[in-house]
Design a protein around this ligand. Structure first.
Ligand SMILES: Cc1ncc(COP(=O)(O)O)c(C=O)c1O
Length: 389
């Protein structure tokens, strides 16, 4: 059968994170590897009540086939939440998807021909490389600095290589935890306005800001853009709901692509999430997640200060779920992984997030899925493993 599979399948790397998660299934391992939300943040009681409410009041509608675009009242709530942040979005320009991951796939399907160029951040979200990679584009990457991409390189690459898409995660980026400054958001918007590159702005962590001021989306500074959102980090990832915001022309193609892919997203869960968002105090729920993650992030940073050698540097994210560690030059986080796993602690080596120009001395730590006791013990073990490298 080997010869029958499409060529593109041999070009796609298996997700390294999924491979690591298999190792970390062992309950004795303290894992900072996955990107899982804290299960204590899931509104279980409210979702149970919302499910019963939907079945009692609109059971037949919830269990029937429905429209590709998604449940209109849910799209209306999404538009209202954007409006509260000063972003004008029409309900008809929102498409409900199976998480923002499907958004990435649909964008790839609608825009990417074989060997079209797509620009991504360096490092970037691994599953985006996989998702876009299935359409066999040419990737190019622009280095990420502490306040967003390197602007000189960004401008040169946009003007010289004219990529079709620029994929960016401006808030608490996965994997680095880095956020773009307001200045860079505006500058990127103005450069894109003068070129034909479309921004694909992925914002699953935007509402998990626990420090600093909320900043406008890059999308608000350019017409040339698509914005992706998700309920995974603010309600539940298992519910698999996200959305795409795009202009009329793009939406037309996205809807066709989604029809071909799955007709529509789970309608029952769309109605449940709508009931949850309108029947409960979601702002209070978000505060709870923000406080929880801030506490976990602070604990991780405190432990890094206590147990890591002084020449190890790290990002201090203002939100999200990850921080990014850089070991001294010449050290390998792959080697560190081997040592750390012997001591039952796991993380993702940075190499997994690069297309090329990989920095082997980097690694990603997730802080949202471990309690403070595990963070303390895990960082202590990791500190020892670094010292033994
Ligand atoms: C940057 C980024 N985009 C998209 C996703 C996919 O999220 P979902 O499909 O659950 O909305 C993730 C998940 O971790 C992510 O980190």
């Amino acid at each position: 059968m080997k010869d029958l599979f499409a060529d593109r399948m041999s070009k796609i790397p298996r997700s390294f994170v999924r491979e690591i998660l298999k190792v970390t299934d062992d309950p004795d391992i303290i894992s900072f590897a996955g990107g899982l939300p804290n299960p204590d943040s899931f509104p279980q009681k409210e979702i149970a009540e919302s499910s019963s409410y939907v079945i009692k009041n609109s059971g037949a509608e919830a269990l029937q086939y429905s429209t590709t675009e998604g449940y209109k009242p849910l799209r209306k709530v999404i538009a209202e939440r954007y409006a509260a942040d000063g972003l004008k979005v029409d309900v008809d320009n929102i498409l409900i998807t199976n998480g923002s991951q499907q958004g990435l796939d649909l964008v790839g399907k609608v825009f990417l021909n074989f060997e079209d160029t797509i620009m991504v951040e360096e490092p970037t979200y691994l599953a985006a490389i996989q998702s876009f990679g299935l359409y066999e584009p040419k990737f190019m990457s622009v280095p990420l600095l502490n306040d967003g991409v390197d602007m000189d390189m960004f401008q040169t690459m946009i003007e010289n290589s004219k990529p079709k898409l620029f994929y960016s995660i401006p808030n608490f980026q996965n994997p680095t935890g880095i956020s773009y400054s307001l200045k860079k958001r505006k500058l990127i918007g103005s450069i894109l306005n003068k070129n034909d590159t479309v921004l694909v702005e992925d914002n699953p962590y935007g509402e998990i800001r626990f420090l600093g001021e909320k900043l406008p989306t890059i999308n608000s500074f350019t017409e040339n853009s698509i914005l992706l959102g998700s309920f995974s980090k603010i309600v539940s990832p298992g519910i698999r709901l996200g959305w795409i915001v795009a202009n009329d022309e793009t939406m037309h193609h996205l809807v066709t692509a989604k029809q071909a892919s799955d007709l529509h997203s789970n309608f029952f869960s769309q109605m449940i999430v709508h009931r949850y968002l309108t029947g409960y105090n979601v702002e209070e729920h978000l505060k709870k997640i923000q406080n929880m993650y801030k506490n976990q992030r602070d604990c991780m940073i405190q432990m890094i200060k206590r147990y890591f050698p002084e020449d190890v540097t790290y990002t201090e994210p203002e939100g999200g779920m990850f921080l990014w560690v850089t070991l001294p030059e010449g050290k390998s986080s792959m080697e560190l992984f081997e040592k750390a796993i012997e001591d039952n602690v796991a993380f993702v080596p940075g190499e997994a997030f690069y297309l090329d120009n990989s920095q082997p001395n980097t690694l990603r730590l997730n802080f949202s899925n471990s309690n403070n006791a595990k963070i303390e013990e895990g960082i202590k073990r990791l500190g020892n493993a670094i010292k033994n490298l």
